[in-house]
Design a protein around this ligand. Structure first.
Ligand code: GRF
Length: 200
C-alpha cells in the first residue's frame, strides 16, 4: 500500500474528499501524514478529528530552504510515496522537489496555463473568459507550471460572482484530484516533455 502525504494551509476540502475516498477504498493508499504550515488551518483540525497523523510545521519567518528541509524530513519519516498539495500556499523549493521527483501533485482552480498564482477564479472572472476550470499537475520548480495530469472545464455564467464560480470549480476539483491520485498510484502516468500520457 502506498503512502500519501497531504500538505495544506487552509480549509482543507480537497484533503477531506481525498481522506473520505481513501476510507471508502476508492483510493488504494493510506494517508501517512497531513502537514499544515499554519496551526490555524481548519484542515489540520479536521485531520486530527479524523484520527490521522497531522502536524504543523510553521513556515512563517523561515527561509525556504530551512522550511523545505523540515518538510522533507517529516515526509521521509512517514515514508511518503506521493505528496498531494491541497490548498498549500507556499511555493516549494528545488531541494524538496528533487527529493520527490515527479511525485508531487497540485490542484489549481483554473485551466492552466491560464491564470496561475493566487485568486485564479477572480482572475478568470475579471478577464471575461466563458469557460474556466481546474487542473491537477505535477509540481516542478515554477509556480503552477508542471506537466498537466487532468483538467475539468466549467462554464462562467453571466450572474457569477467569485463565490459561485469558485464553488462550481471546487466540485470538479474534488472529482479530478482523486482521479489523478489514482492514476499516479496505479503507475499509469507517462511523462514525455510537458505531455502526460495515461496508459490504458
Ligand atoms: C482550491 O481552490 C485549490 O484549487 C487551491 O486552493 C484551494 C484549496 O481549497 N489550490 P481547500 O483547502 O482544498 O478547500
Amino acid at each position: 500500500m502506498k503512502n500519501l502525504g497531504i500538505l495544506l494551509s487552509g480549509r482543507g476540502s480537497n484533503f477531506e474528499v481525498i481522506a473520505r475516498n481513501v476510507q471508502a477504498g476508492r483510493i488504494p493508499a493510506r494517508i501517512a501524514i497531513v502537514i499544515a504550515n499554519r496551526e490555524e488551518a481548519p484542515g489540520l483540525a479536521r485531520a486530527r478529528e479524523m484520527g490521522l497523523k497531522a502536524l504543523c510545521i510553521p513556515s512563517r519567518g523561515k527561509d525556504r530552504d530551512a522550511f523545505d528541509q523540515e518538510l522533507a524530513g517529516a515526509l521521509r519519516a512517514s515514508e511518503v510515496d506521493l505528496v498531494c498539495l491541497a490548498g498549500f500556499m507556499r511555493v516549494l523549493g528545488p531541494t524538496l522537489i528533487r527529493d520527490f521527483p515527479g511525485r508531487i501533485l497540485n490542484i489549481h482552480p483554473a485551466l492552466l496555463p491560464a491564470f496561475p498564482g493566487a485568486n485564479a477564479q477572480k482572475q478568470a472572472l475579471e478577464y471575461g473568459v466563458k469557460f474556466t476550470g481546474c487542473t491537477v499537475h505535477i509540481v516542478d520548480e515554477g509556480v503552477d507550471t508542471g506537466p498537466i495530469v487532468c483538467q475539468a472545464v466549467v462554464p462562467v455564467l453571466d450572474e457569477d460572482a467569485v463565490e459561485t464560480l469558485s464553488a462550481r470549480i471546487l466540485a470538479e476539483e474534488h472529482r479530478i484530484y482523486t482521479e489523478a491520485i489514482c492514476l499516479m498510484l496505479e503507475d499509469r502516468i507517462e511523462i514525455a516533455g510537458r505531455r502526460v500520457r495515461i496508459r490504458p
